[in-house]
Write a protein that binds this ligand. Structure first.
Ligand code: IMP
Length: 432
């Protein structure tokens, strides 16, 4: 029963899209389990460059079935738009399944996300404004509307009263708390009917599909979204996303048993980035940061916001490895560091005059932490486009080996450029 999880080890944007696209050649299924269209997974292939927000990055392989699992929150307009872009590029999108248990992101969630952020003022989280947080709030408050509800046969007596109840609540908040415009029930109901019609061919009980695939021994590649340090429980709360991007979320977000995931691959960028607010201990606020941002084009795939940039944080990285039990690691964007000397790794923090080696849970403690760095001489030859481990420059290899030591897991793959073939595979992740 082989499931293989690919999970962001940092604050998202680690390059999971490319890694999943690369590994999908050996999988029968590629599945998403958490988050929504706050994610932006970039895939570059023969058909062009795509920023996928909801559709799993395996969609480009004709032999792969893609699944949006129950743990994902789905904005139907975004999904339909993405499907139409893919179809125009010649991709067969009939190989997509959307869980009937996945929750919908409704227009009132998007409105509330923006209004709540505005009201936070200087304490804004810096959300992507896609309604993801408010949709998960409703799921937990048991007033969410699910993808399967769009197909409710008894519309007038079952679906409409629920929609009316929740919209009444939301409009009260939108108008009274935020003094903004209410949403119209009739228009929303109409939208839901259209969404139901258009999404019907894709909607299925995805957990059953996946359990059957596991029973047949097929490979399921599990595509994480965001990153472990944005996890609602384990991340830098409250500067986190509202789901569990770490491995725990994969079991509940797909409805498959823990024994089915036989490998977990942590994706780490060779340096750190984060979008939005919250602590980033190794943040580079001066020239080096700006240079990395420009060279690597570190601007959000979803919002276009400039990403904050820092050196690799091995304290945070080790914490992430231990939370997920990564069996294997992939290092991405190593080629960006070709342009720097020295290159630094943060190996410990100094907190209130003491050196610590753990990742504090409190944001205010993290904000007081100063990085303790180990420096590495840069490498004179580029790593860009290298495809074999023994072709890496000696100093780049020393950097990789030290990261392995600090993180406590093997770096089995290295991405040296945006294209599929710009990949070093030291040990295959998917077995057989
Ligand atoms: P939300 O998920 O839109 O509620 O945003 C919460 C936090 O997670 C913000 O700091 C976002 O910038 C961050 N975030 C959400 N999705 C991603 C992602 O895919 N990559 C990087 N950061 C993300």
């Amino acid at each position: 029963m082989p499931g293989y999880a690919v999970i962001g080890g940092q604050w998202g944007d680690e390059g999971k899209g490319k890694v999943v696209d690369f590994l999908a050649q050996e999988a029968q299924y590629v599945v998403r389990y958490s988050g929504g269209n706050n994610a932006g997974h970039t895939v570059i292939n023969d058909l062009g460059e795509f920023a996928l927000h909801l559709v799993p990055a395996g969609i480009f392989w004709p032999h792969v079935t893609c699944v949006i699992g129950n743990g994902v929150v789905v904005d139907p307009d975004t999904l339909l738009q993405e499907l139409s872009v893919l179809a125009k590029a010649g991709v067969d999108t009939s190989r997509l399944i959307v869980s009937d248990r996945a929750h919908l992101i409704m227009p009132y969630h998007v409105a509330l996300d923006r209004l709540e952020e505005l009201s936070r003022g200087a304490n804004a989280i810096g959300t992507t404004g896609r309604g993801v947080g408010p949709a998960y709030v409703d799921k937990v408050a048991r007033v969410g509307i699910r993808v399967g509800d769009l197909l409710e046969a008894n519309r007038e007596e079952v679906f409409l009263p629920r929609l009316e109840h929740v919209l009444h609540q939301k409009n009260a908040i939108i108008t009274k708390v935020y003094e903004s415009e209410p949403l119209d029930l009739g228009a929303l109901n109409q939208k839901c009917m259209e969404w139901g019609e258009r999404l019907k061919p894709y909607i299925q009980p995805s957990e059953v599909v996946l359990q059957e695939a596991l029973a047949r021994g097929e490979n399921i590649l599990i595509e994480g979204a965001q990153g472990t340090l944005l996890d609602i429980d384990h991340g830098t709360y409250p500067f986190v996303t509202s789901s569990s991007p770490s491995i725990g979320g994969a079991y509940t977000g797909l409805g498959i048993p823990p024994s089915s995931i036989v490998g977990s691959l942590g994706v780490f960028k060779a340096y750190s980035t984060r979008v939005g607010g919250g602590p980033l201990v190794t943040e580079l606020l001066e020239e080096t940061g700006a240079k990395i941002r420009e060279l690597a084009w570190e601007f959000g795939a979803t919002t276009g916001r400039p990403r904050r940039v820092g050196w690799f944080d091995a304290v945070a990285g080790r914490y992430s490895v231990s939370l997920n039990g990564f069996t294997s690691l992939v290092l991405t964007r190593l080629d960006i560091l070709d342009h720097f000397s020295p290159v630094k790794i943060c190996t410990a923090y100094e907190l209130d005059g003491k050196v610590i080696h753990y990742f504090p849970s409190s944001v205010s403690a993290l904000e007081r932490c100063k990085p303790v760095y180990e420096e590495f001489e840069g490498w004179s030859q580029p790593t860009a486009s290298v495809t074999q481990m023994d072709k890496l420059p000696r100093n780049a290899l020393a950097y990789v080996r030290r990261l392995e030591e600090l993180l406590g897991a093997p770096i089995d793959m290295i991405s040296t450029g945006p294209h599929r073939e710009e990949t070093v595979v030291n040990r295959p992740f998917i077995k057989g």
